[in-house]
Design a protein. Structure first.
Lengths: 278, 430
């Protein structure tokens, strides 16, 4: 029975697939899929290196503090960071009084609700609070940045590339030397959006947030070039997405070392036990 | 249920003798995975993967039970509760990465185990029941993994749930009501998330139960082996312990090393970035893809792009995707060649390797966007997949001339077997 019906079922699926294949091939020839502006002009993130790359890499605390300053003075005007608490800043090297001060002086206040009276109000943030929500009055909803480097292909490299990748659309060419507006005259960036080839659909609502060198003054004396600021905030956002990165790698090595040792022993034990059976 | 020369459990300590007369659990373990289970002496490392799959399941249950203590199955807070585990729970990041990558390791091991079965025709008599139970385990694993992926309630969780439950809507007449009944609503939401969590917690223990049956059925004829020649005599076997506990111990070490590298150094390598975006029913991801272990079946689902007579393309895809696994149930009766091992089946072996390549190609296409040339490649690859199992295997097993088999496992290992000279019809013991 199986050997009778099996081949029939197999041929049924094969013929149906061939039918789909034939239709697909016919369509591919008669109506080839038009090239899209995203496919031709979207760029992959720039290959830059960070201190936390690779199995031995760790966060650079000074860089994270600089990146936090960028977030504080630039990004936090529109973007929330709700998965992170002020107390977590201790991992960046801030001392308790500093964290208390950062929380207390944070622009957006913690929201309060008194269930007895129904009164809503505000109070200064405490170290135990998460970063408060940002209510954005403009168009679109700026994404929460807590996990942004894990939520995009390329992670920190993507954030860096996006921040430094704004370009003038007029005259923009890809690697093949094709000019965007000549090839796709309809793909002009709409008013109110900004052209950035590192963004998935090339046009995003965020204007270049890091516009000029020296926009932020670093307290450690590092020169705040746009490139430096973009690197620092990308590192900071990698930390917000993966705060346990250092501990993870530090734990991994002893575990791996133990397992390699144990596996060698297991191999020798196996050889010993099997010695007379081959 | 075992060979007559199997070692017998002999408790030494008075307490063990006392226990053996009342609850012979140690005897049961001894006969199942101890010195009391005679195993062919020629098993290669492909035979490690059954034990490894068992270990992977236990790791998933242990990490999963602890994760469940901190996770909140509510569409409003599920995503944040996972981040709470990652940030605030002691070693929570390790538990979660171990659980997520543990699923991948489980599938790597189980796919190897299944393809071992294909190559050595482990499904052939008298081991059909082991094979059928194995396919049941695999189906349960797929359901469990799918529902587990929904729990973090990220974008891929939500849209994956939407696509996969949407498959049921392809069934004529009852499809849409069935989908709504399964989801507890018109789209995945709190009701779906809660029942997925409940089932995700339950099914691993169902899997454990079917594994008990799988191993029980295994112990009736005993393990198969790379020659496919049945055990004939005591010199063909060695006791499971210490021989295979030692060999599995080494394999387990390698498994854990790979697992450790994933968990501690590349924990998100096999995941999709979109699942770190909270679920948003109003924003469809550009490419909805399941986890890598579903890619071959996803490619088959998407390969049907044209209606076939009166059958809609979607229904064809759903039928084909489920058939792609259900066809494994019929393998023992599709491949009727008398010889088991692919080592002695030259023609079969060529098609086996073609199948391996075919499934890898399907996997690649399943993970790629639903665009050309991937769709056309997956159509060809799906065609081969069905023809392989349903047409080629029955034909090959009828027409091929197998190469001569060794007289016994002993002869295969040692190069000679004195019984081979004395008697060519040594009674097979089963």
């Amino acid at each position: 029975m199986v050997r009778l019906f099996g081949p029939l079922v197999g041929l049924f699926f094969a013929v149906a697939l061939f039918w789909s294949f034939g239709n697909g091939a016919y369509n591919a020839i008669t109506q080839p899929t038009p090239a899209t502006v995203e496919a031709e002009f979207h760029k992959h993130p720039k290959e830059i290196s960070f201190s936390f790359d690779g199995p031995f890499g760790t966060f650079d605390r000074a860089q994270l503090q600089r990146g936090f300053k960028i977030y504080q003075e630039v990004c936090s005007n529109c973007h929330s960071l709700k998965q992170v608490a002020f107390r977590d800043l201790a991992a960046l090297g801030y001392k308790e009084p500093e964290i208390k001060a950062i929380a207390k002086n944070w622009g957006n206040k913690a929201q309060t609700f008194d269930p007895k009276t129904g009164d809503r109000g505000e109070r200064p943030n405490l170290p135990a609070d998460h970063f408060p929500p940002v209510y954005y009055a403009g168009q679109g909803a700026p994404p929460d940045l807590s996990l942004i480097t894990k939520a995009r292909h390329g992670g920190g490299q993507y954030v860096y590339s996006l921040l430094t990748g704004y370009a003038e659309q007029a005259g923009y060419k890809n690697e093949k030397g094709e000019e965007l507006l000549k090839k796709f005259p309809d793909a002009k960036t709409p008013d109110g959006l900004y052209f950035n080839p590192y963004f998935a659909n090339l046009n995003l609502a965020m204007p270049a947030p890091l516009a000029s060198d020296g926009q932020v003054t670093y307290s450690d004396g590092t020169t705040a070039t746009v490139d430096q600021m973009a690197r620092d905030v990308s590192a900071f956002l990698t930390w917000t997405a993966e705060p346990k990165l250092d501990k993870r790698k530090q734990t991994g090595w002893p575990v791996l070392g133990f397992l390699i040792f144990a596996t060698v022993l297991a191999y020798l034990a196996k050889r010993n036990i099997w010695a007379d059976k081959h | 249920m075992s060979f007559p020369w199997a070692n017998e459990y002999k408790p030494v300590h008075p307490f063990m003798r006392y226990l053996d007369e009342r609850l012979p659990l140690p005897r049961f373990v001894y006969n199942a995975v101890g010195g009391g289970y005679p195993v062919p002496r020629n098993l290669n490392y492909m035979w490690n993967f059954g034990v490894l799959a068992g270990v992977a399941l236990v790791l998933q249950i242990v990490t999963g039970v602890v994760l469940a203590m901190h996770y909140a199955a509510n569409a409003g807070v599920a995503f944040d509760s996972v981040e709470h585990i990652m940030r605030d729970v002691n070693w929570g990041w390790m538990l979660r990465y171990a659980h997520a990558n543990g699923a991948s390791m489980f599938f790597i091991v189980v796919y190897t185990h299944i393809f071992r079965g294909f190559f050595y025709s482990s499904y052939k008599a008298p081991r059909e029941m082991i094979w059928l139970l194995g396919v049941v385990i695999f189906l349960l694993m797929m359901a469990t993994a799918f529902m587990g992926y929904v729990l973090p309630w990220g974008q891929m969780s939500f849209w994956g749930a939407k696509v996969i439950t949407g498959l049921f809507s392809a069934i004529p007449l009852i499809g849409t009501p069935l989908q709504q009944w399964l989801l507890g609503g018109f789209a995945p939401d709190n009701a779906a998330l809660n029942r997925f969590f409940s089932l995700h917690f339950l099914l691993p223990f169902v899997i454990l139960g079917v594994i008990v049956l799988h191993v029980w059925a295994l112990h009736i004829p005993g393990s198969s082996n790379p020659t496919g020649v049945e055990v004939k005599q005591e010199s063909d076997t060695v006791p499971f312990h210490p021989y295979y506990t030692a060999k599995d111990g080494f394999g387990l070490g390698l498994f854990l090393i790979l697992y450790t590298i994933l968990v501690f150094f590349a924990p998100n390598l096999l995941g999709h970035p979109d699942n770190y975006i909270p679920a948003n029913p109003m924003s469809t991801p550009a490419h909805i893809v399941p986890e890598w272990y579903f890619w071959p079946f996803y490619a088959i689902l998407r390969a049907f792009t044209s209606d076939f007579f009166f059958i809609p393309a979607k229904l064809m895809g759903v039928l084909a995707m489920f058939s792609a696994i259900l066809v494994w149930f019929f393998l023992p009766w599709l491949d009727t060649g008398p010889v088991r091992s692919g080592h002695y089946r030259p023609l079969f072996r060529k098609f086996f390797y073609l199948l391996v390549i075919d499934v890898l190609v399907l996997g690649y296409c399943g993970g790629a966007p639903a665009a050309e040339p991937y769709v056309m490649i997956s159509q060809i690859a799906s065609m081969y997949y069905f023809l392989h199992f349903l047409v080629i295997l029955p034909i090959v097993s009828s027409i091929e001339t197998p190469q001569p088999l060794p007289f016994s496992i002993t002869e295969a290992v040692l190069g000679k077997d004195e019984h081979a000279v004395l008697s060519a019809t040594s009674p097979a013991v089963a």
